[in-house]
Write a protein that binds this ligand. Structure first.
Ligand code: NCD
Ligand code: ZN
Length: 343
């Protein structure tokens, strides 16, 4: 196969940031993706519907001329979130999901949730109105090894939420373990799971063996090879519960290369080329469209995009860095030559 045309993809987990960073990275997502679920972990976080509306306007203002890209907004769930505000944001079509960060789990998560009883009323309301909860699934208990934090979260937090809030639609975001794949496979269609581009490509050796590679450090941190292979099998299976959420998370090189560097891989520019490579390697190019373009809309109850994107088997080129007014941002290097490119 030398050319593949699929329904235009969507990105179901994207960090656009704001200001200069947003202006620099947004064109890359808008080039290949029709819609994206926009993460709310700004400083300060996007907590209220008024903040989400203002953030959406900023994104629309920063779009390149003629770009057709729809930001699907989210609210950052806190212990003080007002269920009425959430319901109004959903009813107006402004907000498509609410994001749960356990307090301290990742970048800008200090306002996240510590006491899960305090979000009970909001979760109940979301179940009632059919608004999905996107979950950063890691416990933050310092006694739990960082490589175990996702698996422990499923047992200690996620499964209890599923049991106590029947009908709540939940997205397990950026899953990194076979435990998460197995859990998702055992659930009904109220559960979805996003998988990132980079977690299909790297395992923890890529981060740590032969010298530390800060540009491969993200959260949840990549796990051992058997987990990567489980993610590959899930993504390429066509199973409707698994869909693309790039978690493209730009940080300037200056912030990545600190003694305590930021977590996040910036994959927006080359995600589709990498995915074509990965799916072809696994003999699954015919499942790429399900993963990038059909399963996500199916879960979120949105139409599949009417327009298309064509990938051709031509050596791809992508910038090694994207320049921002705050300094360069390194683009994720998959470690292999890209044979595919977006036409
Ligand atoms: C994300 C970020 O930088 O905002 N970082 C990351 O490593 N994925 C936050 C997140 O999704 O955990
Ligand atoms: Zn993220």
């Amino acid at each position: 196969m030398t050319s593949l045309t699929i329904s235009r993809p969507d990105d179901w987990h994207l960090h656009l940031r704001d200001g200069a960073m947003m202006r620099a990275v947004l064109p890359w997502s808008a080039r290949d993706f029709a819609r994206a679920i926009i993460m709310p972990n700004l400083v300060p976080p996007v907590v209220t519907s008024a903040q989400a509306a203002a953030y959406r306007d900023q994104i629309l203002d920063a779009l390149p001329q003629g770009a057709a890209f729809e930001p699907l907004m989210t609210l950052y769930l806190t212990e003080d979130t007002d269920p009425d505000d959430v319901e109004a944001a959903h009813a107006s079509g402004l907000v498509r999901a609410v994001k749960l960060y356990p307090a301290g789990a990742t970048t800008n998560s200090a306002s996240g949730v510590s006491d899960f009883e305090k979000i009970r009323a909001t979760l109940d309301r979301m179940a009632k109105i059919g608004l999905p909860l996107c979950v950063h699934g890691e416990v933050t208990d310092p006694d739990i090894d960082i490589f175990d934090r996702e698996a422990v979260f499923i047992d200690r937090v996620l499964d209890p939420i599923r049991t106590s809030t029947p009908g709540l639609k939940v997205v397990m975001e950026h899953i990194t373990t076979s435990n998460a794949v197995d859990y998702a496979r055992a659930q009904d269609d109220t559960l979805g799971a996003t998988i990132t581009t980079h977690h299909l490509v790297i395992n923890r050796n890529h981060i740590l063996a032969g010298g530390i590679k800060p540009h491969y450090y993200c959260l949840p941190v990549a796990k051992r090879e058997s987990h990567r292979l489980a993610l590959r099998a899930a993504a390429t299976s066509g199973d409707a519960r698994f869909f693309l959420g790039t978690d493209s998370a730009p940080h300037t090189d200056a912030n990545k290369l600190l003694p305590c560097g930021c977590a996040g891989c910036f994959t927006a520019p080359n995600t589709m080329a990498i995915l074509a490579h990965v799916f072809e390697e696994d003999g699954a190019l015919d499942s790429l469209e399900a993963f990038t373009s059909r399963n996500g809309p199916g879960f979120y109850g949105l139409p599949v995009n009417a327009d298309t994107l064509t990938l051709t088997k031509q050596p791809g080129q992508w910038p090694t860095h994207v320049d921002t007014d705050d300094g360069p941002v390194t683009v994720f290097d998959p470690g292999f030559d890209l044979q595919w490119s977006v036409a």
